[in-house]
Write a protein that binds this ligand. Structure first.
Ligand SMILES: [Zn+2]
Length: 265
């Protein structure tokens, strides 16, 4: 696991004033870790240490799984992607309708990113995007600047859709990417993004590295363990949780155990 911070700092030293300030802003909010070849976890330190997966595919398409919470952060992420990864094209997958799944769509759209979401995520965002945004902003009462950024965000719905029950398979230069719906857990529409050739699974908020389920306002606690168990068959080497942690299959086991305990309580 190689931390990119050092190489990023070195790049900064040789950059122009404009790109220096751009990257600097990015670095003060985000950390970047390479967790597999050409596969990065970008963590948004300002908003709940939320993880986004960024993968460079063999045809130079850059794939983003999930999203920073709001436009300014997502804009910084895209500027970093353009400067450091030199994409031919960028595509983003909304992993569920909450801000950490869709909050960057306004910036994604402005940057010409192809945005994909399930039919259910699009519907939930359409119906509940605004009220969800207010709820999420209320959690940042003590940090008015961060709160304002959440409130300013325009709700933008993905411009490409797949049926949630079918999932979606992409291919980029001969490498597959699978979007998988294992069933309801953290939310009714949560999907995982799987890179089978790299054995990397972005599980997002349905994967819990600690012994609590986190925000359960939209969760299906009863189904959670069964849904996440289905991901075991993928046998990933690296599992990325929605917040903070990157690990292995033990994160799936821990989630199943935590969800079972929550039901039996
Ligand atoms: Zn969520």
């Amino acid at each position: 696991m190689r931390c990119l911070l050092l190489s990023l700092s070195l790049t900064l030293l040789s950059c122009s004033t404009l790109s220096h300030s751009r990257s600097d802003k990015f670095l003060s909010q985000f950390t970047v870790k390479e967790i597999a070849p050409q596969t990065y976890v970008v963590t948004d330190l300002s908003y709940h240490n939320s993880n986004v997966m960024v993968a460079v595919m063999p045809d130079q398409t850059v794939l983003i799984a999930s999203s920073p919470f709001e436009t300014q952060g997502a804009d910084a992420l895209l500027q970093w992607i353009r400067a450091e990864l030199k994409p031919r094209k960028v595509i983003a997958i909304n992993t569920h309708f909450h801000a950490d799944g869709t909050g960057g769509n306004e910036a994604y759209k402005a940057h010409g990113v192809e945005i994909w979401a399930s039919d259910l995520t699009r519907k939930l965002q359409q119906e509940r995007g605004e009220s969800q945004k207010i709820k999420e902003a209320a959690g940042f009462e003590s940090q008015p600047e961060l709160k304002k950024r959440l409130e300013r965000r325009q709700i933008v719905i993905a411009d490409h859709e797949f049926r949630i029950q079918d999932g979606k398979t992409f291919e980029f230069g001969g490498e597959k990417v699978e979007v998988i719906y294992p069933g309801p857990a953290h939310s009714s529409d949560n999907v995982a993004v799987h890179l089978p050739q790299r054995k990397v699974l972005f599980g997002g908020c349905m994967i819990r590295p600690v012994n609590t389920l986190g925000y359960v306002g939209d969760a299906d606690v009863k189904s959670w363990a069964d849904s996440v168990s289905r991901l075991k068959a993928l046998a990933p080497r690296v599992v990325i949780a929605g917040h903070e942690t990157v690990g292995g299959q033990e994160l799936i086991d821990n989630t199943v155990e935590t969800a079972r305990q929550a039901v039996s309580r």
